[in-house]
Write a protein that binds this ligand. Structure first.
Ligand code: NAP
Length: 254
């Protein structure tokens, strides 16, 4: 496979770093020149990764193309490029539909959307339509979820809008601990270790749904129950669900 990237930013950097960190990879990578610093850094770190002169040179050199520009500029960037019917296109652009992408990369015929979360090569990737080669590619980084229709893809995509909020939650806890006499490194290390352990609970109890886990941890009259009840009473989780609805409307164009 000769894999080209249009857009060399945070996501491309994570995918290329992950790809080149696995022992059995024989994928040659060609990067578009923007961002210049990110592209140069990747090319200097890994064999078989080079930077093309421009976006068209990426297409001309590769059979598989990942689209990794921001959605706001995708139309302008892609409309000026010449794709081939045999190009396999994998769009990573979260908010552009399969139909929009297919129109922009015509006459390329194999078009897939993938939404990866490839931090530390552990993240899941949602894939639609379920192209087996694309599934095999992203399975290197963690679990690949090939879904049956666009409705499922869009709904699962909404879950990826919650990462920043998760870290703000941890930051609130970290800041509170510091305000109560815990040193910065201890607070950070403790919060990290605590939530790493908690993250394993659902896989350790695969038959237990999330609300039952919440109840298991919320001992009656205990401190977990207190925080859960107080935040529930303040409609925090309703507000969260409303935000998910808003993101869903934006993603699915409803
Ligand atoms: N980051 C994630 O975890 C993640 C996860 C899932 C999906 N996505 C999607 O992946 C896409 C990229 O996200 P990102 O976080 O990697 O964004 P990013 O860091 O901003 O990367 C986008 C890159 O596109 C480059 N670019 C700008 N104009 C260009 C042009 N005309 N031709 C080619 N490249 C150009 C930018 O270069 P300059 O810096 O020089 O402007 C930048 O390096 C987005 O559509 C996003 O929705 C991201």
């Amino acid at each position: 496979m000769k894999l080209g990237f249009i857009g060399t930013g945070a996501l491309t950097s994570a995918i290329v770093t992950g790809l080149k960190s696995v022992a059995d990879n024989d994928v040659a990578v060609v990067l578009s020149p923007r961002n210049e610093a990110v592209a140069a850094d990747l090319a200097s770190r890994f064999a078989d990764v080079r930077v093309a002169a421009d976006n068209q040179a990426v297409l001309d050199a590769c059979d598989t193309i990942m689209l990794a520009v921001r959605p706001q500029i995708a139309h302008d960037v892609l409309a000026g490029l010449q794709f081939r019917p045999a190009h396999r296109i994998i769009s990573l652009i979260a908010t552009l539909s399969l139909e929009e992408i297919a129109a922009l990369v015509s006459p390329a015929e194999r078009v897939t959307k993938a939404l990866p979360m490839v931090a530390q090569r552990q993240g899941p990737t949602i894939i639609y339509p379920p192209d087996p080669d694309v599934v095999a590619f992203f399975a290197r980084f963690g679990k690949a979820f090939a879904v049956k229709d666009v409705t499922e893809f869009d709904a699962l995509s909404v879950a990826t809008a919650t990462f920043a909020t998760y870290f703000k939650y941890l930051d609130t806890l970290h800041g509170w601990l510091q305000g109560h006499g815990v040193s910065d490194p201890t607070a950070r290390s403790y919060v990290s270790a605590l939530f790493k352990a908690l993250a394993q609970a659902p896989e350790a109890a695969p038959d237990t749904d999330f609300m039952h886990l919440a109840q298991e941890y919320a001992t009656r009259g205990g401190i977990n129950e207190q925080v859960l009840r107080e935040l529930t009473d303040r409609k925090l989780f309703e507000a969260f669900a409303e935000s998910l609805d808003g993101v869903h409307r934006r993603i699915s164009g409803i």
